[in-house]
Design a protein around this ligand. Structure first.
Ligand code: MN
Length: 175
């Protein structure tokens, strides 16, 4: 079986944010991360749980029309396989079960993001949508590296948000 995938969509909607998505059971569990991920283990990034997206959405890049849900421009900022790092009685705990408990740890193998990331419910036992995304201590941790600002392009097409928006406008003119 193929490894499950993660995606980070960079999304210029009403506000710029990053949508962190994990393939779980045929869908994409999703969190909106206003500041994007950090490679600094001391940075706790707010990650607001939003509704699951269909797995087919993983490689979506383009413009969502204004007035529609999520209206704005989207690029695939990073993507790759991931695996659960959560152990329970010596077994790897399924990611969905770990999330149910309010704490999940995943190993990402993206082009920009590598290594362990923890997703922790901000209020353990609570049912609100606020989680925290935190880089775990490993060889991928690097407080000086900030791919959110230094590597803004899509890993699918190499385009920036502005280039994707311009290409979509050009296509609309042609059509
Ligand atoms: Mn979004």
């Amino acid at each position: 079986m193929a490894k499950p995938i993660f995606v980070l969509h960079k999304h210029a909607a009403t506000r710029l944010h990053y949508d962190f998505r994990l393939e779980i059971g045929g869908a994409l569990a999703s969190w909106a991360v206003p500041k994007g991920p950090s490679m600094d283990t001391s940075a706790k990034r707010l990650a607001v749980r939003v509704e699951d997206h269909p797995l087919e959405y993983a490689d979506f890049e383009g413009v969502i029309p204004e007035g529609e849900y999520g209206g704005g421009t989207v690029v695939v900022w990073d993507a790759g396989p991931y695996r659960s790092l959560v152990r329970d009685d010596g077994e790897t705990l399924a990611i969905g079960d770990a999330l149910e408990r309010g704490q999940a740890e995943v190993w990402l193998e993206g082009r920009k993001l590598r290594g362990g990331f923890a997703l922790v419910h901000a209020r353990p036992g609570g049912d609100d949508d606020a989680w925290l995304l935190v880089k775990m201590k490993d060889e991928g941790a690097d407080a000086r590296r900030n791919p959110v600002s230094t590597e803004p392009e899509s890993v699918l097409s190499g385009r920036t948000l502005a280039e994707v928006a311009r290409d979509a406008a050009d296509d609309a003119d042609d059509g």
